[in-house]
Ligand binder design. Structure first.
Ligand code: HEC
Length: 119
């Protein structure tokens, strides 16, 4: 009888342990990920987007975005999403400089939604 009691107690402890292991431990936290950055639908500040364009982009993309050594941007929204424009400005490539060190995320996001509307 006593053995049964001990066995029962042992099993109960095991079950409790398994239960705790499966459900009781805090959720494993996912490795730190760069927080997803949402680009707004509408440019929040067209004036500032224009000012950044004049300062940083005009030389290569033309006074009216008609293109110069870089491609025209006046209809860029018809073949690029705002996310693609964002990545392009952030990382550059193929002759386009990266702006991740020069502009803030917010500035780039603002520019991206502005360009995405140019169709
Ligand atoms: C030194 C010149 C230069 C500057 C400055 C520059 N770009 Fe570019 N940009 C380019 C070139 C060259 C390309 C084409 C790259 C390619 O063919 O993939 C390009 C491509 C792009 C594209 C993709 C266009 C497409 O149709 O594929 C976008 C969007 C863009 N640039 C935005 C900007 C913005 C916004 C700025 C300012 C913050 C800027 N660029 C500044 C040279 C430049």
């Amino acid at each position: 009888m006593q053995k049964w009691m001990m066995f029962g107690g042992f099993m109960a402890a095991c079950l409790l342990g398994i239960f705790l292991l499966t459900f009781g431990l805090p959720e494993k936290t996912a490795p730190e990920q760069e927080e997803a950055f949402v680009i707004p639908e509408q440019p929040s500040d067209i004036g500032s987007a224009e000012a950044i364009y004049k300062n940083s982009c005009l030389g290569c993309h033309g006074t009216d975005m008609q293109g110069n050594m870089g491609p025209a941007l006046n209809q860029v929204g018809s073949h690029m999403t705002k996310e693609e424009v964002y990545k392009r400005i952030l990382n550059g490539g193929n002759g386009m400089p990266a702006f991740k060190e020069k502009l803030t995320k917010e500035e780039i996001a603002n520019l991206s939604s502005w360009f995405a509307q140019m169709k």
